[in-house]
Design a protein. Structure first.
Length: 161
């Protein structure tokens, strides 16, 4: 988030903030109003993140009023069975923490990143995204749906809660 707000770097086309929070060194977000208004911004937080929680995710959304609502989205990734939407879930592969690539990666974080890349390349907004596609996390092997992501801030609408 801080890199996106710097004026000495190229303007970002999109920013995907996954499980954002205060760093271990205690650094806070800088002036987020420096992020260009044409940036696509998606914030994703996990419902089981006991390290940073969702406070900073909400803060990012509130402290970027220059970005129009059709260019912003906030998704809550939900845990389901063995899938834990915690702070480490976006790591994908780590022998140290025993985290492996799973459905949270494929149907959650990576899917959203792919959509952002697609939109940025075509100069479109988040209003052009099928919200069912965004929220859908697929099905378990027995056909039951995996817990869908919750859309907390909908592009063009604003807060859903």
């Amino acid at each position: 988030m801080n890199l996106a707000s710097r004026d000495d770097l190229p303007e970002p086309g999109a920013v995907l903030a996954v499980q954002p929070g205060v760093s271990e060194e205690g650094r806070k977000f800088e002036n987020l109003t420096g992020i260009p208004p044409g940036t696509l911004l998606v914030v994703m937080a996990g419902d089981d993140d006991n390290i940073t929680g969702t406070r900073d995710s909400y803060l990012i959304m509130e402290e970027t009023p220059q970005i129009p609502s059709e260019r912003k989205m906030f998704l809550l990734v939900r845990s389901d069975g063995p899938l834990r939407a915690d702070h480490l879930s976006p790591l994908a592969v780590s022998d140290e923490f025993g985290v492996l690539v799973d459905n949270l990666d494929y149907s959650g974080y990576w899917k959203v990143l792919d959509i952002l890349i697609e939109l940025g390349g075509e100069n479109r907004t988040l209003m052009d995204v099928d919200m069912e596609r965004i929220q859908d996390m697929g099905n378990w092997s027995d056909g039951r749906p995996v817990q869908r992501m919750i859309l907390l801030y909908r592009p063009g609408v604003g807060w859903m809660i």
